[in-house]
Design a protein. Sequence first.
Length: 341
Amino acid sequence: MPGSPEPADRLSRVVVAVPPGLRAQFFTAEVWQELERAAELIVIDDHSDRAAVAAALPGARALITSWRAPKVDAELLAHADRLELVAHTGSAVAPYVTEEVFRRSILVTQAGDEMARPVAEVALAFTLSLLHRIHRFDHALRGGLEWAAASGAPPRHEIHGSEIGVIGASRTGRAYIKLVQAMGARVSVTDPFLSAEQAQELGVTSVPLETLLSRSRIVAVHAPVTEETHHMIGADQLALMPDGAGLVNTARSWLVDEEALLAELTAGRLDAAIDVFDAEPLPVDHPFRALPNVLLTPHQAAGTVECRQRLGTSAVNEVLRLIAGRPPVHAVTAAALVRLR
């Protein structure tokens, strides 16, 4: 752990707006003890209660937030006379801070780097499942089909030699690229910010979106969520994908027109593996649930034990660095607020 605790009579006050269930997942005993030694902790169980957070902020130097915490806006900041850091345990800071935080020179950090590996692993698992039609076999057998009928899935393919298209060379996208390349896939990438030199370093071919969609056996979505990427995969784009191709989305539903995807999947032309949806939890009567060519998970791609613990450790490390007078490692700027994820 970076830094060293301050003397007992000068402990920094730190507000932890993380509910009990998530605290148990995020903070190991060792990490929590390190934080306790370094700071005077005010722990808020009902972390979504704005009044409780406001009451805890006076005198606090740092605030640790988690999902569904109240947004730190001018109203909350009126109570934060000493606040220097908001350390978020997730990747998306836009739902939790406003520009007013940055105007007051309060540092904001996020732990999204820790999510890249598990999300990439789930995207790889999705990719292999779609290539081998495992979801179709499972659905057929559970649905009571005879053995021969259940075996009648569309053609299957190995990942070695398959053309995999990646939309977005984000940190998660790059982690996924390394995994599929290690298994012999040929990778194309669409990303307007990926330079030719970076593409060469990654060992990928940089192509326009239309080219990527038309030639990829699997398309994996790893783009950031911005105004420009809203429904970047719509009916016209899905129509470019070859018959039998698969779409993997472990990013955000914002990127894919869900109605257009549902139409293609209902027709049976494409397969998909999806972790994120327009409505979450996914309604029990949603048509996705009944389709044999769809693999579904409940927005849990980053939900491993190891990842959750890294998220907590990352946030605590940022607090300890603040106390020790050291700069943050994972600071974000006001520009991050244009990203919705």
